[in-house]
Design a protein around this ligand. Sequence first.
Ligand code: FPP
Length: 235
Amino acid sequence: MESNITIPKHIGIIMDGNGRWAKKRLLPRNMGHKKGAEVFQDITRYCNELGLEAVTFYAFSTENWKRPKDEVDGIMKLFKEYLITAFDYEKENNKIIFLGDKSAFSGELLDLMEEIETKTADRTGMILNIAINYGSRNEMVHACKKIAQDVKNGKMDVNDINEDTFSSFLYTKNQPDPDFILRPSGEKRLSNFLLWQSAYSEFVYMDVLWPDFTRKNLDEAILEFNKRNRRFGGV
Ligand code: FPP
């Protein structure tokens, strides 16, 4: 990366195209997710090397449960394997946070997620957000319920509700908003990802399928981001 390039603070990545990657090779869809998970790990390392403050990966949405059972089971199995082995959270300095409604999980998977969040909570390195059973609408409804409860219990006054306090009830509390959202695979949709947080994000769409995504592709996306003139509503 050239030295005059601004490295974003926080990138949101929609890992899309795993199914199409597998289909093109006449492989089961879960092979696409397997390759996608490897790319996820390499790109996480690269984000660390680039010095990002935070990166958020969209791993599984609140809508993804509608997929065939064997596909959902396959993704959860991969996710668990990564939690057990590949995160290497004893060695890396990433603070790992799972964004989403954890009430859908139980047993070993939930224990692992909680253990990793606790063990990495005081880390000072990059925040690695993994959105799992995540949907922005769900996140905002969840925040509204918690705020309503606090107002009802006298912990909060209605006049204290503003954009900052609302943000503090989201799964991404205390984190910088994403500078840009990156979606590979040619699709140009946000798909219920970080709707509130991406109010001023740049959107970068790329034609490469996620399992084919490389460090060079991320460099290209960052260069594209650098060409944008961000005005945040000003002139
Ligand atoms: C979208 O591609 C991808 C997913 C819904 C699952 C992503 C999951 C992983 C990469 C593995 C598990 C996660 C971690 C963090 C280890 P798609 O299936 O919608 O692709 P398509 O549009 O080509 O069908």
